[in-house]
Design a protein around this ligand. Sequence first.
Ligand code: AMO
Length: 441
Amino acid sequence: MVYVPIVPGFIMRTSIASVTPDTPTAAVTGWVHEIRDLGGLAFILLRDRTGILQVTIPKKKVPEAVVETVRSLSKESVITVEGTVKAIEKAPGGRELVPERITLVSASESPLPLDVAEKVQAELDTRLDARFLDARRPRVAAIFQIRSRVQRTVHEFLYEREFINITTPKIVAAATEGGTELFPIAYFEKEAFLNQSPQLYKQMMIAAGFDRVFEIGPIFRAEEHNTTKHLNEATSIDVEVSFAGHEEVMQLLEDLVIACYRDVERDCPTQIAAIEYEAFAVPKPGFKRLQYKDAIDIAAPKLDEPIAYGDDLSTAAERAIGEEMGEHYFIVDWPTEIKPYYAMPYEDNPAVSKAFDLMHPRMELSSGAERVHQHDLLRRQIAAKGLNPDNFGFYLSPFRYGMPPHAGWGLGAERLVTTMLGLQNIREAVLFPRDRHRLVP
Ligand code: AMO
């Protein structure tokens, strides 16, 4: 990888990956990953985001000033090394740099709060406390480079299909997904909350005639429990489409998930190698559809806790069903009573809704539905959930003035990355995760 200029006319840094065995000379700036002093010979491993370069210092053959600098150097300091490149098989990338000059750009204190070069992983909490150092580790940096690639694919994929990228408020006056998981905030003299989902707003933009909208943004859920798949601040990839039914947006979701995997496989081979997840595999098209009632039948005999038609799927149930399915799949035809009020019931069987979940064998990735677009039915469904439709005035009003039929979904960005890369804990896929105990950094 060669750095492209961010603006013309400024001196560009040489990236480590661009130094090859036949580069004659190089001046490279990076972090001191490791220092080894073997007496007559010393080695520095120099690191930047593109890779690692071995700097070899035969003390008798390099200027005395170089030897002096190396002696006082601490790990994770930023240095510039200028010298000649030699091809050598044993070194990473098949080359080494023999310095004529080393300049200390920015010294690092020691000891470090977290050893970047340490092969053994530290506790997740220790790592998250010193996230800037943790993220210097190639394995950790690779996760966020892949996450960035995934978010780029989502943009490209949706722009190609003529979606409009929207931004909706995160400070709101009411719950979207049910009242229990809300974060109240102090908002002048009013009661306000952090938004759980752009749901109501993306539907309002369907009423505005935007046809196809998406948003990648934060959602806030006051989940009380610390689990390896829940965050209190997550990133949702939200989509809403006019004149579409649930089948159409399910296909869109499947195509998007596969596109993300394909792009990562093509563009991020070094990152996948750094993560050492050998099971990385692009899912096969044609995700299976499992009816909710059949999902219950699969889970029931495998669980200690009883589960029956009409229950939500517990983590244990999801896992039992996931083991049976073995790959990505949809759960369809959910009981209307356990899906949100905005999900459209089947005309010929209103007890069942045109709602779906996209599942990875390990966890749910996305929920979606064809939506209720009829004002009176929506009012009734809100009331049936024990909510007061009069509190939903701003949301209900658009349904009185020409609301087209529509469908959509929300896909958890962190869960997509967590399952794609086989990460043990969803916090691995977030730079600064928010959970019950973690508010800093
Ligand atoms: P839902 O509540 O199922 O649906 O959320 C959609 C997806 O967002 C992710 N997600 C989370 N990820 C991490 N931590 C959390 N606490 C968390 N909560 C949700 C999951 C989930 O599948 N309005 C609907 C979507 C729609 O119908 O368009 C909604 O919010 O991956």
